[in-house]
Design a protein around this ligand. Structure first.
Ligand SMILES: NC(=O)c1ccc[n+]([C@@H]2O[C@H](COP(=O)([O-])OP(=O)(O)OC[C@H]3O[C@@H](n4cnc5c(N)ncnc54)[C@H](OP(=O)(O)O)[C@@H]3O)[C@@H](O)[C@H]2O)c1
Length: 327
């Protein structure tokens, strides 16, 4: 198969040969999803901590993101979650695997919740088990309302990981990322004092920075209480969309323009969606509209980190500066 051959070509010699009994290279961590938001931050923290890092990267991944990983000293291995031989190769010799990968924002041919988030992650668990990986960290999300394909895939993969026979697993069920859901791509735009408000805007959420999720993921490899457990992640402050708007209005002195989408409209979008990714996105938006509370206490006890405060004025000032520079 042409696609597989190109992976073999790019992999170090012998990478695809079964190497049972190979001793894991000291602390080598393989990251899946490294060209994404969270995976990139995890690679940055792992390399800063002096861990050798290997990442599975697709030929189609954003070149700028690949280069950033190379500059960090990450060893890039070609592959795809839909190509099991590449997963076996990238797991060989690794002590730990961290998987953040998801197809939700991907537009590559053949990517779907079924092929990537479900079958791809299952194949990765099997590859990690047969390669003798000691610790597998899987990024999932907190239990959400409604049945939808992405949530079903995450729960199946969690179950398989727990039963896999890999000596140690950590399942990190995160809440909603601040930078994504309170960011311009989803209509929350501090630079232009404008926000899309999903539902009434009154439901509270424990928004969490992806940087904090990265701290938890890396910390999971070190802290004994993070072994063989499920940890729910969220920020310590629970604030509604409207509370966030009021807070930022207070900081920049402008009245924001609000574009409201009633919950009823969001519910119809969810019910009418037929494509699994579209339906999953609609379900996620509905959960933001209703609010979603998470207690980060147990996770902080297992992995003590300093959480970012979503209300911290400095973080929003920094973000506006960054947006102006990019603009
Ligand atoms: N956003 C949130 O609020 C939130 C909340 C809770 C949990 N999470 C979870 O957090 C995780 C990370 O999210 P993120 O925002 O970092 O995602 P992201 O930026 O969209 O990154 C997704 C990564 O997955 C990779 N990927 C997709 N399809 C692949 C395939 N077929 N083979 C190999 N790699 C593939 C992408 O590679 P390419 O660059 O090649 O496409 C990319 O590196 C996800 O599991 C998500 O479910 C997110």
């Amino acid at each position: 198969m042409a696609a597989t051959e190109s992976y073999i070509e790019g992999a170090p010699p012998g990478a695809f040969a079964p190497q049972r009994g190979t001793r894991p290279m000291s602390r080598l961590t393989t990251v899946l999803g490294a060209t994404g938001l969270l995976g990139g931050a995890i690679c940055q923290r792992l390399t800063a901590a002096g861990r050798p890092v290997r990442a599975l990267v697709r030929p189609t991944s954003d070149p700028a993101r690949r280069q950033r990983l190379e500059r960090l000293g990450v060893d890039l291995w070609p592959g795809d979650l839909k190509e099991p031989p590449s997963l076996r190769a990238v797991c060989q010799g690794a002590q730990a695997v961290i998987s953040t990968a998801t197809c939700m924002l991907s537009r590559q041919a053949g990517d779907s919740i079924q092929s990537v988030d479900l079958e791809g992650q299952r194949a990765l668990i099997e590859a990690a088990r047969s390669a003798g990986v000691e610790h597998f960290v899987f990024i999932s999300f907190v239990p959400l309302q409604e049945r939808f394909p992405l949530q079903e895939a995450k729960r199946v993969v969690e179950q398989e990981l727990m039963r896999s026979g890999i000596p140690c697993h950590t399942i990190l069920r995160s809440g909603f990322f601040t930078e994504v859901w309170l960011g311009p791509a989803l209509g929350f735009d501090p630079e232009n004092a404008r926000a899309r408000i999903y539902g009434t805007g009154l439901g509270r959420l424990n928004w969490i920075s992806f940087e904090d999720v990265a701290k938890f993921a890396v910390g999971a490899l070190e802290h004994p209480r993070a072994r063989n457990t499920i940890l729910e992640l969220g920020g310590e402050e629970a604030l509604s969309q409207l509370e966030m708007v009021r807070l930022l209005e207070g900081l920049d002195g402008r009245d924001w323009v609000l574009d409201r989408i009633p919950e009823q409209v969001l519910r119809s979008r969810f019910k009418e969606a037929t494509e699994p990714r579209q339906q999953s996105f609609a379900a996620l938006v509905l959960n933001v509209a209703r609010g979603c509370l998470t207690d980060p206490g147990p996770a902080l006890q297992a992995i003590p980190i300093q959480l970012t405060r979503v209300s911290d004025p400095a973080r929003w000032a920094r973000r506006n500066d960054d947006a102006r520079k990019e603009g």
